[in-house]
Write a protein that binds this ligand. Structure first.
Ligand code: ADP
Ligand code: MG
Length: 351
């Protein structure tokens, strides 16, 4: 016997829809920061400054010097499924961090959002939204780029607010997101500040790296992962069936007690991919004691159609069309590099 009350089927309103979607896109302050910084990068920003307060739940401010949004497009920027990054006809050809057109709509649904922006040749404009209600476009003052301010994240969804960890833990997750994006974009300057009682403390800062891609990446990895890591790591450069692996893998002697120093990128997108993590472990299997973890930054580049990034709303997971090729490339490149390194050091020792 079914005694659940019978209700008619109704179409949900825009605000409810956006709040539900926001639950997938914006899990915690760090996910909001990720979306906003990725938007800045997609807009071609060369300098990105992030300020948080209360672990990001109180305030997230992202200032960029990117292309800005034209006054005409601004209301659409906060609308769901509205994006300038794909035209909808080809979901396999994605070269930007964003493409789902959901982040700003989600953030506008679960917090108090204000966005000020200026494109070249236009006056600055701003728009704000609160709990999904979007205000009018107004004139504003700004020299260039975009400022997004998000206050009181999840005030409109108290259930989610309850799941946040301590301010410290949330701030740490924000730092982690920014470090990963900084490793993906060596040519961009990043700064993260924690604001408290009118005081701003710099938590993380890197200047734009100069030089060719290789030098810039090395400098950036040293800046983010530490000089120690960079000096104790081997260069990777391997190719297989159109997939190209680069990056730095630490010598086994520089292993860690946890998996915290593993950074993986697929077509420059930071990912937490089980297949690649497994391949990283397998590559070191012969030279690490149990309970030790390799430190590495691996960059896998492949044709856009060889990988699907549209697996999860937060885009942290990817699917390879040929997982075996991706795994094989990583495992063999690591084994080869580590064997060579063993060679080198034993030769140095005996000579
Ligand atoms: P998506 O990034 O998937 O396109 P978003 O909701 O994150 O979706 O952003 C919607 C649109 O707003 C983007 O496609 C872009 O055109 C514009 N936009 C958002 N943030 C910025 C920014 N910092 N600078 C320039 N344009 C932006
Ligand atoms: Mg986006």
């Amino acid at each position: 016997k079914i005694d659940a009350p019978r209700s008619r089927i109704r179409q949900l309103g825009e605000t409810a829809i956006n709040r539900i979607a926001a639950g997938e896109v914006v899990e915690r302050p760090a996910s909001a920061v990720k979306e906003l910084v990725e938007n800045a990068l997609d807009a071609g920003a060369r300098r990105i400054e992030v300020t948080i307060a209360g672990g990001g739940a109180g305030l997230i401010r992202v200032v960029d010097d990117g292309s800005g949004i034209s006054a005409e497009d601004l209301p659409l920027a906060l609308a769901r499924h509205a994006t300038s990054k794909i035209d909808g006809t080809n979901l396999t050809d994605i070269h930007s961090f964003g493409f789902r057109g959901e982040a700003l709509a989600s953030l506008a649904a679960v917090g108090r959002l204000s966005l000020t922006t200026r494109t070249e040749g236009e006056e600055a404009v701003c728009i704000s939204a609160e709990g999904g209600r979007i205000g009018p476009v107004k004139p504003a003052a700004l020299r260039r780029g975009t400022i997004v301010e998000l206050r009181d994240l999840f005030y409109a969804t108290p259930a989610r607010l309850k799941f946040l960890r301590s301010e410290r833990a949330e701030a740490q997750a924000v730092g982690d997101v920014i470090r990963r994006l900084a490793m993906a974009e060596p040519g961009v300057a990043f700064r993260l500040c924690d604001a408290r009682d009118g005081d701003e403390r710099v938590i993380f800062r890197v200047e734009a790296e100069q030089g060719d891609l290789f030098d810039a990446l090395h400098a950036r990895l040293a800046a983010v992962m530490g000089r120690d890591f960079a000096e104790n790591a081997i260069d990777l450069d391997a190719e297989r069936e159109g997939l190209h692996l680069t990056g730095l893998a630490a010598l086994p002697t520089y292993s860690r007690g946890s998996a915290t120093h593993q950074y993986l990128f697929v077509n420059n997108r930071p990912v937490r991919d089980k297949l690649l993590i497994g391949a990283l472990r397998a590559g070191y299997a012969d030279c690490l004691a149990p309970g030790r973890y390799p430190a590495a930054a691996l960059y896998l580049a492949c044709p856009a159609e060889a990988v699907d990034v549209n697996v999860h709303p937060a885009k942290a997971e990817v699917r390879f069309r040929e997982p075996g090729v991706a795994r094989g490339l990583v495992v063999s490149a690591l084994r080869h590099a580590l064997a060579g390194a063993g060679h080198r050091s034993s030769r140095t020792l005996t000579s």
